[in-house]
Ligand binder design. Structure first.
Ligand SMILES: Cc1cc2nc3c(=O)[nH]c(=O)nc-3n(C[C@H](O)[C@H](O)[C@H](O)COP(=O)(O)OP(=O)(O)OC[C@H]3O[C@@H](n4cnc5c(N)ncnc54)[C@H](O)[C@@H]3O)c2cc1C
Length: 231
């Protein structure tokens, strides 16, 4: 606890209202309203440190799966873990080899998955392990045939980790879904409507998730706080 003239929260919106403003009526009301909103999907991210270098694999790559709309429907609407996936492959050592020991590489592989409100899966149990194996099968088949024997270090990050580590509501990786009715003025305001010295910044606020979005929201919130402070 500390006294302050102004506070800005960069935490998850729901976490801020539900867990940090527990004894406040505004916290209760905002929590109720946020429960009715639609939240962005989550991610399964497999991080790998492997032996060998791959100058032919670019820094960013997408390995498209066989389906497009059906896959998005499974993630956004149906809340099931599909048997297929489209993977984003991140390969930073092709740009900056100092990120791994000499002769080694780092990758992360990202698969969008439904958030835990839509698909309450046992991520800490078999589900995460099984998805990891399926992703390695796909990398083996399409990119690095002997990848398993090259792995020196690995870990995976699931919707449950987003919830646990970052207090992200439902394990969502991108906060409120950026649909029209949750965008611009209809997204969380940079200054709370009821508590006038409480501010928000980050993915849940205008203009939204993603690095350019959160930097934009930081600028907007900082400007608002300076304006209020100088009043
Ligand atoms: C794997 C992955 C890849 C991505 N790739 C891209 C990309 O290529 N391009 C792009 O534009 N965007 C990308 N994004 C999205 C982008 O990273 C996020 O939208 C952005 O980082 C969100 O910023 P933020 O400040 O809102 O939240 P965060 O970066 O999550 O920061 C919030 C911080 O608040 C802390 N916190 C929470 N509660 C409390 C509390 N009670 N007390 C103290 N601290 C607390 C959390 O621990 C966290 O450190 C990616 C996201 C992921 C997960």
């Amino acid at each position: 606890r500390m006294d302050c003239d102004m506070a800005a929260s960069n935490g998850d919106l729901m976490h801020t209202y539900k867990d940090l403003l527990t004894s406040n009526k505004r916290g209760e009301r905002a929590t109720k309203s946020l429960r009715r909103k639609s939240w962005s999907p989550s991610l399964f991210v497999l991080h790998l440190g492997i032996k060998g270098t791959w100058p032919g694999i670019p820094h960013h790559m997408i390995l498209f799966g066989p389906r497009y709309k059906g896959l998005l429907d499974d993630i956004y609407k149906n809340g099931v873990l599909p048997q297929d996936f489209s993977l984003y492959l991140h390969h930073p050592t092709v740009t900056d080899p100092s990120l791994a020991p000499e002769g080694c590489s780092t990758f992360y592989v990202l698969a969008p998955v439904a958030h835990m409100g839509k698909a309450p899966l046992d991520w800490d149990g078999d589900v995460g392990e099984a998805l990891k194996e399926r992703i390695l099968d796909e990398l083996e088949r399409r990119l690095i045939p002997d990848i398993r024997s090259r792995i020196m270090t690995q870990f995976h990050y699931t919707p449950a980790d987003f919830g646990r580590d970052l207090s992200a509501h439902l394990g969502s990786a991108f906060s409120l879904e950026p649909v029209l009715w949750q965008s611009a003025y209809m997204r969380a305001h940079n200054r709370d409507d009821a508590i006038h010295n409480l501010y928000f910044v980050g993915a849940g606020t205008h203009p939204g998730a993603g690095i350019p979005g959160v930097v934009g929201s930081a600028k907007a919130t900082a400007a608002l706080m300076l304006e209020d402070a100088n009043r």
